[in-house]
Design a protein around this ligand. Sequence first.
Ligand SMILES: Cc1ncc(C[n+]2csc(CCOP(=O)(O)OP(=O)(O)O)c2C)c(N)n1
Ligand SMILES: [Mg+2]
Length: 567
Amino acid sequence: MTTQAVPTVAQAVGTALAELGVTTVFGVVGSGNFHVTNALTAAGARFVAARHEGGAAVMADAYARVSGELGVLCVHQGPGLTNAMTGITEAAKSRTPLLILAAEATAPRSNFHIGQPALAAAVGAVPERVNSAATAAADLARAYHIAAAGRRTVLLNLPLDVQAVPAPVPFTLPAQPAAAGPETDPGAIAALADALVGAQRPVFLAGRGARHAKEDLIQLSERSGALLATSAVSRGLFRAHPYSLDVSGGFATPAAAELIRNADLLVGWGCALNMWTLRHGALVGEGTTVVQVDLDPDALGAHQRIDLGVVGDTAATARAVAANLERRGHHAPGYRTAKVAERLAREGRWRDVPFEAEAEDGRIDPRTLSAALDDLLPAQRTVAVDSGNFMGYPSMYLDVPDADGFVFTQAFQSIGLGLATAVGAAVARPDRLTVAALGDGGALMGVSELETAVRLGLDLLVVVYDDEAYGAEVHHFGPHGHPLEHVTFPPADIAAIARGFGCAGVTVRTAADLAAVADWINGPRERPLLVDAKVTRGQPSWWLAEAFRGHRPPPPTAPAQPDTRPP
Ligand SMILES: Cc1ncc(C[n+]2csc(CCOP(=O)(O)OP(=O)(O)O)c2C)c(N)n1
Ligand SMILES: [Mg+2]
């Protein structure tokens, strides 16, 4: 920390952010963000140094999701920002409140110069800039407000020349206008109440926008007899509730899918009702009434035809509808019959669904692995999942204690984010064991953050579902006779790689090999453990075919002649 009397703009910005309440900042430090980072930490914030900006961005996103705080990422100009772009895109698509402090090369001929605002805009982040010393406090206040109150991912560019000049004294941030929530139309409240009164088998689907509305939704569901389901990102919200269906969509158990399909009323609460949650509409029965409640009018009906759209906060709307039902004396058992309760108790979890383990020499069925891990892990856990064919196994076999216990950075469907997601979540919840569930492809893509996990001393278990392949592509294209040489790999000793980073490492080929995992879990857990689980390769996961329907046309059968077109 320099001792000059008048702080520079860089120093004033860092200090002001810590004073605004920023506690934790993720990043990689270069010359351009050196001073702002030091000012943040001098004023009391914690800086978590990642090994790649892609990891830092995802850590900041996951930290925000789990802690409920504003996420803050701090990067060098140019490549520091481009390295972070995939994580920034994930955050922007997820509406994560995230403030990115990025140095910005001012000289157009600098090697570091790129169009940073255009880059942000291209991925749905909000470009902002500290334009001058005179406007710096107002610029910072505006960017912070858009990110925190507006729940947006904001790129605050910090031009190098502006950073270096003295800041105004005092450096006072102007107050920002209080956000006015939308007035919910009383007619829409009454219409939703009418729909609930008329329904015999209502089901609630709670998305990210209902994470804060748990208690209000449970109360309304009790009054109206609704079953409770979530989208994948809100998994865990209704955990342990006797009428919880867990996740709706591709991850749903057969029992949950059938109960949702047989609903006569579906109400989406802060939930996009997209193809993932409704299996391309297959979970919407013929004649089912669909209602959607969302803060954002543009979200209504965007993915799924709806019969009624309600603009409003999910918690406030649920309370208003419950009050309406109370006035009418409506209190119905609805879908909450003894038969449904029994069925959910019997077959409400994937772990209750029988399967025949796939046999392959020296390899373990991913379901056997996941169920055994679920038994071994402490109940207080955070589960972070990467993308790939394997992803359904940890997502559905590993129980989570609540919605903060499941971190699903899948809005951009990028592989390679799972490990950094787990690191950010572990920083947010050091009281819980964090589990990173990765494919071998995603694990090797994001592997540098193993060093971060070791350095930070995180309570972290990394499980690699290692099929030595991009299994998602193998199972999609293989059955059609396409060549697979670019999506299959020779065996890699990922446990040894992890040991090189300072982790403990175990290779698992049979259920008996899990004894070493149990020892680690029940021991002092002094260093993270990576489990390289050599999983069977014969079958695609149950949800994969469903997922591929969403974003790729069915592959043609392999042509007789070699085909060099990209898939
Ligand atoms: C950054 C990125 N690159 C490529 C893809 C395409 N892709 C989707 S799944 C997948 C395979 C992932 O392999 P792995 O992590 O081993 O999981 P598996 O499918 O084998 O279970 C790939 C390459 C992607 N989604 N994101
Ligand atoms: Mg794989």
